[in-house]
Design a protein. Sequence first.
Length: 369
Amino acid sequence: MSSMWSQARSRGKTEVAISRDSVLDALKKITDPVSGSDIVSAGVTRGLNVEGSTVRFVLEIDPAKAEAYGPVRDTAEAAVRALDGVDEVSVVLTGHSAKAPPDLKPSRKAEPKGPEKVPGVNHLIAIASGKGGVGKSTVSANLACALAAEGLRVGLLDADVYGPSQPRMLGVSGRPSSPDGKTILPMRNHGVTMMSIGLMTNEGQAVVWRGPMLMGALQQMLMQVQWGALDVLLVDLPPGTGDVQMTLAQKAQVDGAIIVSTPQDIALLDARKGIDMFNQLKVPVLGMIENMSTHICSNCGHEEHVFGHGGVAAEAEKLGVPLLAEIPLHLDIRLAADGGAPIVVSKPDSPQAQAFRDIARKLIKAGAA
C-alpha cells in the first residue's frame, strides 16, 4: 500500500461551524476520472472526519491510476479549504488493490451451533432498549469512547440494522475493505474499532431484509470482521425484542447486557420486556441507564424533568439490577453526536462526559469490561 500526504492550512477566516454535510456537498462537485460520477458516490472518499475547523479524509484509489488522481486530490483539497470555517485540511491519497466490498448475504444456511466466543474479544456487552428514541446509540458511542479513554481496547458493532447511526456519531465514512473477499477490515476513530451495516449500504438506502438475511449479516459482522485483540466489544442492538437480539445471544458468548431507557412510563414498560428477554436468553443484565433524566435550561438554569424522574432507578431496584447512571438531556450531547465526535471526545471535562466515564469505571471495576 502506498500513500501520499497533502496538508494545507488557511488562516484569518471567521470562525464558522463546519459540518460533514457541507464538506460532502463540496466533494460531490468533483468528478471521479475513472467512473465519471462524483468522488463521493464512486466510493473514493473515505474516512471523512471533521473536528472543529480541521477536516481530514482519504481518497482511496487503484495504484495504477495514481497519476490521474493527483489533480483530483489537489482540487478536493482546494474545494474543502475554500469552505467557511475550515482552517486546516488533510488529504490522504491511498492506493489499494481494487476489491468489491464483502457480501453480507449468507451464501448457505448456517449450521446450528451453540454460542461462540468472538475471536480476540475478552468481553462482549450488548447495549439494548425496549423501544426506539431513548438514546441507546448515543449512549453506546459515548460509552465506547469512555472505555477507550480508560485505556481499554474497545470495539463497537452497530447491529441496529434498521437505523445504523454509529458511522455518523463516530465520524466514520466510506466502505470497509476485504483483503480476500471473506474477512472484513473494520474502521477506526476516536480510539474505537467500529463496524456497521450502515457502512455496507448507500447513505439513505433502507435495509429491507428478512430475518434469515439479518441473522447471516450479524454472524458475519461478529465472526468475519478482523476485530483484533479487544478488551471489550459493545454491540449496539436495534430496539425491541427480535431476531437480532436472539441471534446475538444464540451465536455469540454475551457477557452481559445494559438496558437504556428514559424515565417515561411507556419507555419503562418496554424496558421490562427487554430485561425479561435477556433473562430468558440467560444473558446477565449488568445494569440500567436512565437517559434524558433531567433538563437544565442553558439560559436560566432552571431544572425540569421532561420525561419524569427516578423511574429507571425505581425499576432497577424492583428488578434487582444496578442503576449505572442518570444521563441528562443536554444540547451538547446531541451536537457532539451529530458532529461525529461524541461528547466524551469533544468535551472530555464536561459533567456530561464524566457521567459516561463513571459508567466505564463501574464496568471495569465490576470486571465486566
